[in-house]
Design a protein around this ligand. Sequence first.
Ligand SMILES: [Zn+2]
Length: 658
Amino acid sequence: MRPLTSFALAMALSGAVSATAAPVLPGPKFPQFADDKAVAAACDRGLAGATRRVRALERHAPDARWTAASDDLNAYLEDVAGPLYVLENVHPDKAIRSAAEKCTLRWQDFFSTMGQNEKLYAAAKKVKPRDAIDREYLRVTIDGFEDSGVGLPADKRPRAKQINDRINELGQQFDRNIRDKKTEIAFTVEELAGVPENVWKDKPRDGEGRVLLGLDYPTYLPVLERAESAAARERIWRAKSNEGGDENLKLLGEIAQLRREYAELFGFNSYADFTLRRRMAESTANTQRFLDDVKAVLTEREVRDLAELREAKAKHVGQPVWSVHVERWDVPFYTELVRRERYDVDQDAFRAHFPPQESLQFVFKIAEKMLGVRYTRVPAKLWHPDVQAYAATDVATGKPLAALYVDLYPRDGKYNHAAVWSFRNGSTRLKRAPQAAFVVNMDRKGLSLEELETLLHEMGHALHNNLSATRYSAQAGTSVLRDFVEAPSQMLEDWVYDKEVLKLFATVCPSCKPVPDEMIDRAVVARDYTKGIRYARQHLYASFDLALHAADAPAPMGLWARMEGATPLGHVSDTRFPAGFSHVAGGYAAGYYGYLWSLVVALDLRTAFEDARLDPKVGMRYRKQVIAQGGQHPPKQLVRDFLGRETNSKAFFDWLRE
Ligand SMILES: [Zn+2]
């Protein structure tokens, strides 16, 4: 189970619903483990229960009830295994994280064995679907067995399982190397000139009185965006660009080779060919053509954006334009400088308006207005005292829907990006409540507008889980095609730039100073500035991921140096970006393009909200026809049902050219 993340990087609301009792958290309590032994014991019990249930399903006749019985098994597996995938990434106790990692490896072994279960595969093929939902369930189930190697010749099957297990183990090591490594970089106070004082004032000092800074986002980004000293920016940028180190390069290389070998077992030339045939994009050729079309629009824009940054740098350092170079660690700094000077937009100025807790209530309020769901805080003991529990309730009926656990702030040993683990999926048939973990790393002092956007993006994933109303748990919420899953989240990002939407902030925080309208107007204009640079980078990531999973499965570092080297800013020697690229080591393999592909769908979906982003009628239709449907119908059909036409890329390319 991989989390859904944001590439750049969710309170109790007043007013009672029809029910008067205080809400309780729907679904089971999140498990508490006293120590690593307790994790191991729970793991043994869960696996034993799972094995018994698989045996029982093997004995089940392939009749009309088989599909439901198979989904009962899925629900059980989520309940016993799901929380472990969260804990290995967020638990404050390293021993518990390690025990959870050991347990998820055992689950992986279980899943890859089950994937090759001939009896279950044969049964799934015999079952007669009753309707389109059953048919889609069985199709995806059969594809899943086949992609796990059940249909391979007997001599190749053990290798397929071995490769699957090994890739998971390597992926876990890859993430651990980033998560558990505590990097601190020393800066003199002079070197931090320009960086807001609240970022570094309370940080630890070394023996020489220098400030020690980590690489968490609330620290890293302000240094890169605000430090006047190019040398200081370069140091922290290089540290971030080397996260994971040579060990992760080696791991990623091995992962890519194993994926190629895996695809070859199935008669495919490349892992991209093997995996893309199941996606919205349908093939490597379609994916490549899409990326080429995007590139054709971006190239000129990127060059123009960089020329502007170069002029800004020349002015700032007092040298002629011809003599200055824009370095990679200059880009965020001069982007922010131009935004402040030309557009009068200072991301830090938003922090005073957006305290973190109230920001969370704000994104909940958006969901309430638009989608008719209310979030109410409920006391609960979770993995850390900072983590908050919320009950989601349907506003119209007062019906309890789901639970959401929110982990807002950075700490040592915690997953360092922004992600949602949809660890328990709902089912109407089972009256089963969804549960998700919402994990971000926000600044306790307040959010910038861009961080508020990240918060809303992640809320999009949480809503996809929480508002799901599918028959089967295996088709619920975010169980959709990988190149569609970011669309609901990316659609919402735009909402924080809407004055009407931002007015909701006053309803959750009457004492917060409202953001002046002119400040939003300016932020909207400034947002488009350097779009070329931003999306050219996304394009590079997507192209690198696709090339890494091509027929030759090249070594990651050489490939990256070559591809990054061909961009206007070039490659910086002694940096190892791929070593920190956990998306690609994990579940986004040959799937990173999905962010751009989903964005096409997101912008198309957004056209329905052009007149009013919080329109409850359009919102409820969207909830019922897209969000609630999960993966029980293909995404193209869901979008067609909602928009009343086939989806197209017009809105996306218009926006890219703007
Ligand atoms: Zn996302």
